[in-house]
Write a protein that binds this ligand. Structure first.
Ligand SMILES: [Zn+2]
Length: 78
């Protein structure tokens, strides 16, 4: 029997350099920028990297909004 599947690793890249209004909870917050990296796994071992997605996450309500990679880089505090 072969066990295969997908696993996603989440890394917090930083915080936005300025606060933004959350579209969900209407809070003016400094949102976190995260990267989700999905891997194909075989017998629970990550073997093949599939895709990376970038999001901003509201720390108040947890709403995730997908963003582009180049936007993620320019949004993060240096
Ligand atoms: Zn929110």
């Amino acid at each position: 029997m072969i066990f295969y599947g997908m696993r996603t690793f989440v890394k917090q890249l930083g915080y936005m350099y300025q606060t933004a209004l959350c579209g969900s909870c209407q809070a003016q917050v400094r949102q976190a920028v995260i990267r989700e990296w999905s891997w194909f796994t075989l017998f629970f071992i990550p073997l093949i990297p599939l895709w990376k997605s970038y999001f901003v996450v509201c720390p108040n309500c947890g709403k995730k909004t997908k963003i582009k990679k180049r936007d993620a880089k320019s949004m993060i505090m240096q």
